[in-house]
Design a protein around this ligand. Structure first.
Ligand code: NAP
Length: 296
């Protein structure tokens, strides 16, 4: 069996088109323009590139955006003061503080300072709690992107054995939570694995749907660790070299070439989960604008 490739670039393009229309309608019918503020502290090149893509996508969709580039020496107090100002600004519906932050700033304090109604990353404990009880306003972007990929690729989650490798607060825990909810697009039986899991392969081999968000070692999930007909979602991103043109060569946590011969469907890296994360952020920003206007 050679797997169907779940093309995150194509699916994210469709969602961009839908969002563009929704943003145009919000303006036409209600004179509402959703607004996103992005905040970056320091000069980490990967973070700069993520934020630039977010700003560019806002422009493409008609979402108002403000970008704050703060120096690496910015104090926690200064950052909290900016967040306070953005919390009160009616033009801004969503606030995204790019992580990681410099070591002298406590990420938790920053996440807690963002008004939960503007927390379009879905990291504030109020939003984490709402997700847990099945009443979310905002789902965190990467896990939400995974759920939408599964839905749009026609993968049934109901009753499926889902195995998640990784338990981070931004991917592993929330995707496990999303897929175990008593809801359509969920209703799965979920197992979460991590570095203390005994015999990882005994779990991954049982999976109908295997979601890998481990980081660590590239291509570490190999064909002998999955069953025939599995659906594989590879969240991992590793830079493993450069092309002659100087572009990064990327791969995932999964050994794509061997696993695709056993899987029913699989996401590639790049062009799998990655492109979904930004569109789900845009989707949350549009939702935040609608919630603020009493339209959702
Ligand atoms: N495409 C996207 O939009 C996107 C978004 C976010 C993340 N990512 C990528 O996804 C990967 C994971 O990100 P993250 O933020 O969730 O990482 P993280 O915070 O480092 O968490 C990694 C998790 O994987 C577990 N793990 C690591 N190696 C393992 C192994 N050999 N066996 C079993 N479990 C293992 C860790 O277990 P312990 O808890 O026991 O340490 C931890 O829970 C990274 O490659 C990241 O770049 C991509």
């Amino acid at each position: 069996m050679t797997a169907e490739i779940i093309n995150g670039s194509e699916i994210s393009k469709q969602i961009r088109e839908e969002l563009k229309q929704e943003v145009a309608q919000l303006k036409e019918r209600h004179n509402i323009i959703p607004g996103l503020a992005t905040v970056i502290v320091g000069e980490d090149p990967a973070s700069q590139s993520y934020v630039s893509s977010k700003v560019k996508t806002c422009q493409e969709l008609g979402i108002y955006s403000e970008r704050y580039d703060l120096s690496a020496e910015t104090s926690e107090q200064e950052l909290l003061a900016l967040i306070d100002r953005l919390n009160k600004d009616p033009k801004i519906n969503g606030i995204l503080v790019q992580l990681p932050l410099p070591k002298h700033i406590d990420e938790n304090n920053v996440i807690m300072a963002i008004d939960p109604k503007k927390d379009v990353d879905g990291f504030h404990p109020i939003n984490v709690g709402k997700l847990m009880i099945g009443e979310p306003d905002y789902l965190p972007c990467t896990p939400h992107g995974i759920q939408v990929l599964l839905q749009r690729a026609g993968v049934e989650t109901e009753g499926a054995d889902v195995v998640v490798v990784g338990r981070s607060n931004i991917v592993g825990k929330p995707i496990a939570n999303i897929l175990m909810q008593k809801k359509s697009g969920a209703n799965a039986t979920v197992t979460v694995c991590h570095t203390r899991t005994k015999d990882l392969a005994s779990h991954t081999k049982r999976a109908d749907i295997l979601i890998v968000a481990a980081g660590g070692k590239p291509k570490s999930i190999t064909a002998d660790m999955v069953k025939e007909g599995v659906v594989v979602i590879d969240v991992g991103v590793h830079r493993i070299g450069k092309t002659a043109e100087g572009k990064n060569i990327l791969c995932g946590d999964v050994d794509f070439e061997s696993v695709k011969e056993k899987a029913r469907a699989i996401t590639p890296v790049p062009r799998g989960v990655g492109p979904m994360t930004i569109v789900m952020l845009m989707s949350n920003t549009v939702k935040a604008a609608k919630l603020a206007a009493g339209l959702a």
